[in-house]
Structure formats: C-alpha cells, structure tokens
Write a protein that binds this ligand. Structure first.
Ligand code: NAD
Length: 300
C-alpha cells in the first residue's frame, strides 16, 4: 500500500518511520524543508506539494498542528479535495476540533472521498515505539481498510463512533491530562516550599489516591525521573502551546454543548500565560516553572 503522508513534524516523523519499517511505500510532504528532509532520510519519497502526495497514493495520512492547517490542507486551494480521486481514503491524525473533522468529511464526501479522524495519544515515545493509542471516528469499513497502516503506528486502535468522535475522545483525554499536570505542579511547588523532598513526595503520591499518569510519565520537577522532559530542560515531548490548544478545543466543545467546565478553562489560561512567558515550545510540564512562589514580602 502506498501512503501519502502530509505533516512530518515531531509526531509525523516517527509515525512515518514505523510505516516505512513495516513495508509501506511512503510519499511525504511538509511545508518546512527540514521536516521533509527528515522524512526522506527515513526512507520516504519526497512529494513537491500536498496535491502530489494525495494524488499518487492509496491512503492519505495527515498529521498537522491545528484545525486551520487541516482545513487548508484538505479544502484550501491545491488541497487534497482537488487531487484525491473518488474512492480515496484519508485519515487525519491531528488533534483538532470535531466540527472541523465533520466539515472536512462532508465536503470530501461530495467528491466521493472518504475520511476518518484518528487522533493519537502516547506522545513522541509512543510514536517511536509504535504503541500509540488511536481513537477513530468514521465508518467501520473504512477503519478496517486503514487498520494495517494504523497498526504500524499504534497498538490500541479504538473505534469511537461517527466522524468527529475520535477527536471528542482525544479532547476529553487531554482535558484530564492537561488539568492533572497543573494540579501535580501546584502540589509539588507546595511540597517544595515546605522543604519536602520531591522524590519522597512522588513515592507517597504514587501509592496514594493522587497517583496519575502525568506524574508517572511526565513528572514536572527536574531530576525526579531522568526519563521525563523536565529532566532535559523541558525539551518536548508535548509542547505547552499544543496543550493550550487542546484545552481550548475542549473548552469550546463544552461551550457548544452547554456543559459547564471550571477546571479546564483555568488550566488553559495557565498554559497560555506560560506560553506568553516563553514556555510555548517547551514541554507542557514546564508550567511548573511558571508556578514559582511569589517573594516573601508580597502580601497574601
Ligand atoms: P509539529 O508542529 O511538530 O508537526 C506538524 C507538521 O505539520 C510541521 O512539520 C509543519 O511544518 C507541518 N505543516 C503545517 N502546515 C502544513 C501544510 N499546509 N502542508 C504540509 N505540512 C504542514 O506538531 P506535532 O507535535 O507533530 O503534532 C501534530 C499533531 O499531533 C497536533 O495536532 C498535536 O496536537 C498532535 N499530537 C501531538 C503529540 C506530541 O506529543 N507532540 C501527541 C499527540 C498528539
């Protein structure tokens, strides 16, 4: 099967590498030359445009930053809609708003092109290991067609429902992980201020009701776990800006359905403030750096 892979950034590169390793022929495209060079080094052929990548393959995969990028790549001038043949299957693995997935799917359907939303969880580590969780929205038969390619990149492939449902599951998950990381960072700042050793506090929490995935795999305090981003000067991993985006998508989805949300908007604003103070392209656990105590002289 020949796969057109559009968006070979942080996640796209290791995902593409696994496709190539499992024997898929890949044709890659990215607007950033360095990202396309990296894809070529991984064994993909270079496409000169979105149009070329989408026209000359059996399956199109996109892994792009935001809803606006996905809309442009699929529906914009010289987008996939202009080059994909009727019957072609497209799988968008970006994290975007479910309404955009549905709009893109509906427009493609008018041309006879099929679409799945299939966002992922597991971060760069999961992408490298080929163990991503993949949450799929769309037709079950289309998922079966895409399954061999998805199985090359992930180990848990879950059909959530109709188009957009994969994105809903992803937003719900990131609402929890993004909010939980803020809670972990606040807790460790308090512990630190009282002189409690963060490693001992981690041992306690890991065996208590506060234990959480983000503390185990994304501990925000440098040095507690040598494998986490915080121990490499917060090199991502998953960027603060992307977490701010995902929480924003969750808050918008809640608003659209009139669900009251309190914790997620607060966490979203915290990530946005961390971003505007220079931490946007650092791992999202760097929000801990932003939560420094105020000086002893400040009234509280
Ligand atoms: P990234 O910015 O590193 O990569 C995205 C790539 O898309 C970039 O190389 C960019 O140049 C390319 N691109 C943008 N517009 C394009 C266009 N018009 N045509 C071709 N290429 C274009 O981002 P990433 O970290 O790889 O994340 C991609 C998506 O996956 C995001 O939606 C993110 O929220 C999601 N995600 C990321 C992680 C993670 O740990 N980084 C984990 C799960 C999900």
């Amino acid at each position: 099967m020949k796969v057109g892979f559009i968006g070979t950034g942080t996640m796209g590169q290791p995902m593409l590498a696994n496709l190539v390793r499992k024997g898929f022929e890949a044709l890659a495209y990215d607007v950033v030359p360095a990202a396309l060079d990296a894809a070529a080094k991984l064994g993909a052929k270079r496409a000169g445009s979105v149009r070329e990548a989408a026209a000359e393959c059996d399956l199109v995969i996109t892994m792009l930053p935001s809803s606006a990028n996905v809309e442009a790549v699929y529906l914009g001038p010289a987008g996939i809609i202009e080059s994909a043949m009727a019957g072609r299957l497209c799988v968008d693995m970006s994290t975007i708003d479910p309404g955009t997935s549905q709009r893109v799917a509906a427009r493609l359907k008018e041309q006879g092109v099929r679409f799945l939303d299939a966002p992922v969880s597991g971060g760069v580590g999961g992408a490298v290991a080929g163990t991503l969780a993949i949450m799929v929205g769309g037709d079950a038969a289309d998922l079966e067609e895409a399954r061999p390619a998805l199985a090359a990149m992930g180990s848990n492939i879950i059909h959530v429902g109709a188009v957009g449902a994969g994105e809903v599951a992803k937003l719900c998950n990131n609402l929890i992980s993004g909010s939980a990381l803020v809670a972990v960072a606040e807790a460790f700042r308090i512990g630190e201020a009282f002189g409690v050793d963060p490693k001992i506090l981690t041992d306690v929490i890991a065996k208590s009701s506060g234990a959480t995935w983000v503390m185990e795999h994304g501990h925000p305090v440098p040095g507690v776990n040598p494998k986490t981003a915080s121990s490499r000067d917060y090199a991502p991993g998953f960027m603060t800006d992307l977490m701010a985006k995902d929480l924003g998508l969750a808050v918008s989805a809640a608003r659209e359905k009139r669900v009251p949300v309190v914790v997620a908007p607060a966490a979203q604003q915290l990530y946005r403030m961390a971003s505007s103070h220079g931490l946007g392209r650092k791992d999202f656990s760097s929000v801990y750096q932003f939560l420094k105590p105020s000086s002893d002289d400040a009234p509280v």
